[in-house]
Design a protein around this ligand. Structure first.
Ligand SMILES: [Zn+2]
Length: 363
């Protein structure tokens, strides 16, 4: 979700759901006008119909489409391949005072894979349900809607005769869903980026089902936690304390209660989704394999579970570490853990965009 941007003295990194389209009073439009709602929807559908799903996205078709959009509003554009076959499209709306730091509107063209048989409509059909107004397409939220909103906002502003003081750039990068190393990362460290004199970047945020949008200026940090319990193996018919599965289940119950307490704050409207710590189970591993599945009359000696945790900048990471140590993987229940802390922000020396820190307690 995050775009790595090289920090400079004049770069303010801003993660934001940028929906300028809806903040501009709509000009009166005649039917058939390129700004009419049906034309806007049709262009959005065209973008959605380009299959840019990882691992085999059609980057070039997406780039061609975006360049055709820039052409249609008479804006200069270029397709830059920092890595062969992975074009980043850069569109330029020159400002009246080009010496001022510019505005960069960022989005990515690739989308995560889809399983077509689980969809009501094919994921790249961009089917529009006339009764609900919903469009069914992979990437409609993450984040082709935002890319098109940038373009449509510029289209409307240009049509109204507005000219920005600062130059505005629109960047459409490839490969964000697989790390962004060949697109946004190379762009952020390039002379091309330096020459843009970027003052602020608007990136992706959360989709909104209504007409109000929240701006965000930070990113949650992912922690990937694996907890493991060990215990004496025993017969499936026997009740005894401290089996691995029993100890792991106690931890899972504790984690589940914590998750519910965080989620309750969101449900009660006291916190936004990005302001609480989210915890979701990623895997559960236990059991003694047999040729037909698992041995059913044996309590296993090891059990393990993995969790994806997201921590907002406002949370206290030390108290969460304590919680992991004392409640989720306590020594008293024969438990160990490993937590991989992933940092999405570039350190100031700039040579690593994702810094990994690992904490573990082994027996
Ligand atoms: Zn995204």
């Amino acid at each position: 979700m995050a775009t790595p941007i090289k920090p400079t003295s004049h770069t303010l990194l801003c993660f934001c759901c940028f929906l300028l389209l809806f903040t501009i009073p709509p000009p009166s439009v005649a039917a058939g006008d390129s700004s009419s709602p049906s034309q806007v929807i049709s262009r959005f559908q065209q973008y959605l119909q380009i299959n840019t799903a990882q691992p085999t996205p059609d980057y070039h078709l997406a780039a061609e489409f975006l360049i055709s959009q820039a052409d249609s509003i008479s804006l200069p554009s270029r397709s830059i391949e920092f890595v062969h076959g992975k074009p980043l499209v850069l569109i330029h709306w020159p400002g009246s005072d080009p010496d001022l730091p510019s505005i960069l509107l960022y989005s990515h063209t690739d989308v995560v894979p889809a399983e077509p048989h689980k969809w009501d409509h094919p994921p790249f059909s961009a089917h529009l349900d006339p009764s609900s107004g919903r469009i069914f397409a992979r990437g409609s939220q993450d984040m082709k809607c935002v890319g098109m909103q940038y373009l449509e906002a510029v289209r409307r502003l240009k049509a109204s005769g507005f000219r920005p003081r600062r130059s505005v750039y629109l960047a459409f990068s490839p490969d964000e869903e697989i790390g962004g190393h060949d697109g946004a990362e190379k762009f952020a460290y390039s002379d091309v980026f330096d020459a843009l004199n970027v003052g602020i970047v608007l990136d992706e945020g959360l989709a909104s089902p209504g007409d109000s949008y929240r701006p965000f200026y930070a990113e949650r940090s992912p922690w990937w936690l694996v907890i493991k319990a060990v215990g004496a193996p025993g017969h499936g018919a026997k009740l005894y304390d401290n089996s691995a599965v029993e100890n792991l289940l106690k931890s899972i119950e504790s984690i589940r209660r914590f998750r519910a307490s965080q989620f309750d704050l969101v449900k009660a409207g006291l916190r936004a989704e990005g302001e609480v710590i989210s915890v979701n189970m990623a895997f559960l591993k236990a059991g003694t394999p047999s040729p037909t599945g698992f041995v059913m009359n044996l309590q296993p000696s090891e059990a393990e579970a993995g969790f994806d945790i997201r921590i907002p900048p406002t949370a206290d990471p030390e108290s969460l570490e304590r919680r992991i140590n004392e409640e989720w993987a306590p020594v008293s229940r024969n438990m160990t853990f490993q937590v991989m802390m992933l940092s999405l922000l570039a350190p100031m020396n700039g040579d690593r965009l994702i810094a990994n820190k690992v904490r573990r307690r082994e027996q």
